[in-house]
Design a protein around this ligand. Structure first.
Ligand code: NAG
Ligand code: NAG
Ligand code: NAG
Ligand code: NAG
Ligand code: NAG
Length: 544
């Protein structure tokens, strides 16, 4: 930790330099171009931006998708280029709202997704609207692909942890400098790859944030890659007898629901606890002379592939490599199916970051592939994984970690996140009751990977903004729950989610209070299942 701090010590000194421009917010903002100095930092642009402005990024990498967002607050926008080594740099934006001083003097950092370097523009706009200074950054490279990692170890290091740390430190320095008053509290929030970044902070740099929200964290990063690629080995390409069409996968999901939806007492297309679902697929086998076309059944080869995918993956020496594919994934088969080929994310990551060979391709057999996975799990190159169970420094700091994970995640099973929690309990010899002081995990039923789903999935979490959803009070958002935990000591026992109509983007009225692990949300046996009053958080394994 101390080692990394050396690079930024000079920042403290410049805080005493007065910003010029008097009290005029607009003038002080545009003058940041000349006045703001930090080590290794180039100011690219600064300027006042009023609420309602369509902020556009014409140079954003095309794989990042939407390159604009509407500002939701009057603010000062500062764009920076920070050199992180002689061969790497981070591009970052600091959004500083006009009402910051009367809104709690808070600082927020947003995360990135996948292996990517795309700004979470919706999240950036959202916390700025709540009065937080908010930072977004490109994680050291542009776009969603791992290709920029080829021959650039320093860029991989930025992706693994350094970009988030440096953007944090420069962002805080810019905030303190611009307002000429120290920020009060700092918050991190990110989903998926951004969840991994959050866990990394909790494990290695807990002093940086008072509150950390890590959502669907792809923390055990190599197990994410392993699961993604293993899936492809079992189905093969579309010409193989083990391949299933998308329609056939939908039938598999329907079979899972038929077997497991009512385990929790309510048939609602949502598995409250998928870990209790152990589907059997021989029920889908075609009989003599039956085919998919005539009877919507599967061949024995297909059923075998499905069984393997819904089972845990073990390496050649018996080591646990990845959990079973999440049952009740709500028709989201992640990156596995979209390509009709192995996951791009997995192949590109190994090709560019691990093998550093643009011509590398997946080996022909699953055993050779598992050997690579064993090696990655042994060595964790660049320390990309955020699976250190020892959160003693976080506990000592008094800072808070709120983790949640959708249980319909067709990319990365929430089982990974529960395993990490249990490993922490054992490593620190702390019971859940004691972990509750600083680390709370909420499995969210019916939430996919970050957003959407059949359940009550919306609570204003990271990556849930910018989707055109309206009708839920921003004061009820998760980040404000975190603020109340950090600043008022009101620890959240549940997370209230709203189901959202996918067409209108408005709440349907279905609400659930998701329980924290190890409690299970349990239907009381009567009452409207769409109302939170009909459920309670219970310990134990039996539903009524
Ligand atoms: C602040 O400065 C801007 C630009 O220099 C100017 O347009 C504006 O009128 C000033 N506002 C006040 C309240 O003085
Ligand atoms: C913002 O600008 C972009 C790029 O010009 C445009 O595509 C988008 O529709 C605009 N959004 C709004 C809400 O005006
Ligand atoms: C950022 O700085 C690096 C040097 O560290 C430079 O190579 C790069 O072109 C700069 N990027 C921008 C957008 O200014
Ligand atoms: C806890 O985790 C740390 C870091 O991974 C490890 O060094 C230590 O041996 C673990 N302690 C126990 C009791 O498992
Ligand atoms: C949120 O709470 C703040 C402070 O309590 C209040 O000023 C603001 O109007 C609230 N916002 C909404 C949308 O209710």
């Amino acid at each position: 930790m101390k080692l990394y701090a050396i690079a930024i010590t000079g920042i403290i000194a410049i805080q005493s330099v007065a910003a010029t421009g008097g009290n005029n917010f607009t003038r002080r903002c545009s003058r940041l171009l000349e006045t703001f100095k930090a080590p290794n930092t180039n100011v690219l642009w600064s300027g006042y931006t009023s609420k309602g402005t369509n902020v556009t990024y014409p140079n954003l990498h095309p794989t990042c998708g939407q390159n604009w967002v509407v500002a939701q607050a009057n603010m000062c926008r500062l764009s920076l280029n920070v050199t992180t080594s002689s061969t790497s740099n981070v591009i970052m934006e600091v959004w500083m709202p006009e009402d910051w001083e009367t809104s709690g003097k808070r600082f927020a950092m947003t995360g990135n997704g996948g292996v990517g370097g795309c700004f979470a523009l919706g999240d950036l706009a959202f916390t700025t609207s709540l009065g937080f200074t908010t930072v977004g950054h490109n994680n050291g490279h542009d776009g969603l692909s791992a290709a920029p990692f080829l021959n650039r170890p320093e860029v991989i290091k930025d992706f693994a942890w350094r970009a988030t740390l440096i953007a944090t430190q420069v962002g805080k320095a810019a905030t303190n400098f611009f307002y000429q008053t120290p920020l009060a509290k700092s918050y991190y929030w990110g989903c998926s790859g951004g969840g991994r970044q959050g866990m990394k902070i909790a494990q290695d740099f807990p002093e940086e944030y008072d509150g950390i929200i890590a959502a669907n964290p792809a923390a055990d990063f190599h197990r994410l890659i392993a699961g993604a690629l293993y899936f492809g080995y079992q189905t093969g390409p579309p010409t193989y007898p083990t391949w299933l069409s998308f329609e056939q996968w939908l039938a598999v999901d329907a079979e899972v629901l038929a077997q497991c939806d009512t385990i929790d007492g309510v048939a609602d297309l949502v598995l409250e606890d998928p870990l209790r679902c152990h589907p059997r697929f021989e029920s889908m086998l075609c009989g003599q002379l039956e085919t998919w076309t005539t009877h919507r059944c599967l061949t024995a080869a297909q059923v075998s592939a499905v069984e393997k995918i819904y089972s845990p993956v073990y390496g050649n020496k018996g080591r646990f490599v990845a959990p079973a594919f999440q049952p009740g994934n709500d028709q989201v088969f992640g990156f596995y199916l979209v390509y009709g080929a192995p996951s791009d994310l997995g192949v590109e990551y190994i090709r560019y970051a691990v093998k550093n060979d643009a011509t590398w391709n997946l080996p022909g057999t699953v055993d050779e592939f598992l050997e690579i996975m064993d090696d990655l799990l042994d060595h964790d190159p660049y320390k990309v994984s955020a699976n250190n169970p020892n959160l003693t420094p976080l506990k000592t700091s008094g800072h808070k970690l709120l983790v949640y994970h959708g249980t319909s995640d067709g990319y990365y099973s929430h089982e990974n996140t529960i395993r990490l929690y249990e490993n922490t309990a054992k490593n620190m010899t702390l019971k859940a009751k004691q972990l509750d002081d600083f680390y709370r995990l909420f499995p969210i039923s019916g939430l996919h990977h970050c957003n959407k789903g059949n359940g009550a999935w919306y609570f204003g979490g990271p990556s849930q903004h910018g989707l055109g959803i309206s009708g839920v009070d921003p004061n009820d958002s998760l980040i404000m729950k975190m603020v109340r935990w950090v600043e008022n000591g009101e620890a959240p026992d549940t997370v209230r989610g709203h189901h959202i109509d996918p067409i209108t983007g408005k709440p349907t009225g279905a609400v659930r209070d998701h329980c924290r692990h190890p409690f299970k949300n349990t239907y009381k046996g009567s009452g409207d299942p769409l109302s939170p009053e009909s459920w309670e958080c219970r310990l134990g394994t039996k539903y009524p």
